[in-house]
Design a protein around this ligand. Sequence first.
Ligand SMILES: NC(=O)c1ccc[n+]([C@@H]2O[C@H](COP(=O)([O-])OP(=O)(O)OC[C@H]3O[C@@H](n4cnc5c(N)ncnc54)[C@H](OP(=O)(O)O)[C@@H]3O)[C@@H](O)[C@H]2O)c1
Length: 339
Amino acid sequence: MPVRCAIVGASGYTGVELVRLLDAHPAATLTHVSAESAAGKPLSASWSGLLGVDDRLVEPFDVGAIRAAADVVFLGLPHTVSARYAPALLDAGLTVIDLGADFRFRDAATYERAYGIVHPAPELCAEAVYGLVEKNRALLPGARLIAAPGCYPTATALAALPLVEAGLVDWLIADCVSGVSGAGRKPGPRNLYCEVQESVSAYSIAGAHRHRPEIEATLGVPVTFTPHLVPMVRGMVATVHVRPTRPVSLAELRAAYRERYAPHPLITVRDDAPPATADVRGTARAVVHVALDEALGVITAVCVIDNLGKGASGQAVQAMNVALGLPETAGLPRIPLLP
Ligand SMILES: NC(=O)c1ccc[n+]([C@@H]2O[C@H](COP(=O)([O-])OP(=O)(O)OC[C@H]3O[C@@H](n4cnc5c(N)ncnc54)[C@H](OP(=O)(O)O)[C@@H]3O)[C@@H](O)[C@H]2O)c1
């Protein structure tokens, strides 16, 4: 029997990417979609590209209806909404995979500091598993509440993990760029065409971005994090700079990256040149590259992901697969949209 899945927030960007991934999943099936303002209309009214393909009705949020239809529920919701919904979904016996930030911190106090709000379900923070499979694989099987990592934290962590785990890092700089879909579908100054096309900007710099504490919690080192918005739909680059705590050679670094990611089917290590976002567009893969400036003794590592793939919905499906004992890459496209 395929795993029955529900999506709450199917009219949003991460939600519709989940629709696409679950449609092609060999061991899971989408049985229920819900949202807020889109409820009461066909899913294809939210996404005309689904017309004639998936015209099912978008329902209002209802725990009983989700429980009747599904065993796993993905939440592609604004933060705080997930935390309001999750307790009842868990009580109903569902496995909950949240794509938002509500359960990414093990303690509610860090979340409350980062997001400037009171956590609606603080008692669940310690139970949630942070779903970065490449770090927490062993914690996922059987988990009933999974927090899919943020997009910037995913790209930054994958760029830096081999360096951090080798004890080479006491501080890192992460310069990152994101496509506009990272801001979600709700219109705002960060996704209006006239305000983002042919323009690039840094934003939430100098410690102001909410993802900084998440990156620091994942890597355990202080991070100077500078996000940039660039005029493309999907894609993210994390470029990480580290002055290592001891001298290292490029050969040593490359070997460390290869060894670290060898067991992980969605990570490709590329030696010859930094990768491009087009290399992973539409996939749940990440490509990483490490380089050494021998004159300055500075390491630069680069990771590219699709913010809606490995940065969100692809990662959430990957985490579900591992949690349920399915093949890790089931339903996850490996080949990008080319050219
Ligand atoms: N976009 C990315 O690249 C990305 C990457 C990683 C993580 N995330 C996180 O994933 C979550 C979803 O992001 P997104 O980009 O998909 O957002 P989005 O495009 O703005 O979609 C939000 C969805 O939530 C629904 N919703 C809002 N309030 C609701 C409520 N009270 N009850 C039921 N449904 C409600 C909306 O429904 P209606 O439209 O019908 O009102 C919509 O379907 C966010 O927490 C975000 O931070 C996003």
